[in-house]
Ligand binder design. Sequence first.
Ligand code: F6P
Length: 319
Amino acid sequence: MKKIAVLTSGGDAPGMNAAIRAVVRRGIYCGLEVYGVRHGYEGLINGDFQKMDLGSVGDIIHRGGTILRSARSELFKTVEGQHLALKSLNKVDIEGLIVIGGDGSFKGAGKLVEQGFPTIGIPGTIDNDIAGTEYSIGFDTAVNTVMEAIDKIRDTAYSHERICIIEVMGREAGDIALWSGLCSGAESIIIPEAPQNVEDIIIRIQQGQKRGKMHSIIVVAEGVCSGEDLKTIIKEKFNLETRVIVLGHLQRGGSPTAYDRMMASRMGAKAVDMLVDGEKGVMVGWRKCQLVHVPFDKAYEDKHKVNMADFYLARSLSI
Ligand code: F6P
């Protein structure tokens, strides 16, 4: 193998740049030519390639976002789009591809593998919702961003003795809500994996009020409902005033934490080694503090599980 390419796909995540850097530098270290594909699978279809040298990834390890840009491509989901992508790759003699993204991105990558094209995945999404790996790049930074925001919101919630509802990202998964809620001492954490009724949440808040705790933080994962919907229910059923804060895309930006830079560096280098060793259709995963090989279909067909022990821990600590 002489030439490989790397792309970022789906929602961006802090640490993607560190992963691109690791792929490029390890690739060159192994004697390969490395190409960056701009705009994810769209760029693959359009042949939007750029040759990467050592300097092209200098000064990016600390930057959020992705220098290669990212996109969600509808055309690549079609057989026609996949054929066009393979044609572009063959035209410049690229023999292997590394995809940094979420489970949807690996589904796409799997289509290339079915056509015989060697492809390796690196988990990159703030949601941490990919099966087969305990970690995906960007999660730690996003959790820290949310935690810092909640710390600030708590100051004003305390002063005004208010209930604040904080809506966080995560698509169908509750990991961001659970981790940020636990780490900021939220009174209630609402995640898709553990349905709760609003009565229960309000009873807990009222118990707190009885012992003089007049402010409360409720963290709700977007996969359950919007903060505004929860506010309406609480107002209609309990006549309680709340304030809603939707953190939104703020959670996807910012300089990656040390942990994200470390994981991105490990996973990026490992992905190159796997391609060089002739592997394909496999995602680099992280389990029990080790890098592992996860077949693509496991990453997108199996269901990611949130750590329920942490959920019960949070409940027991926020009485
Ligand atoms: O998958 C990452 C994520 O940020 C989710 O948490 C969120 O639901 C989604 O992407 C938002 O996507 P977009 O940026 O396309 O609105």
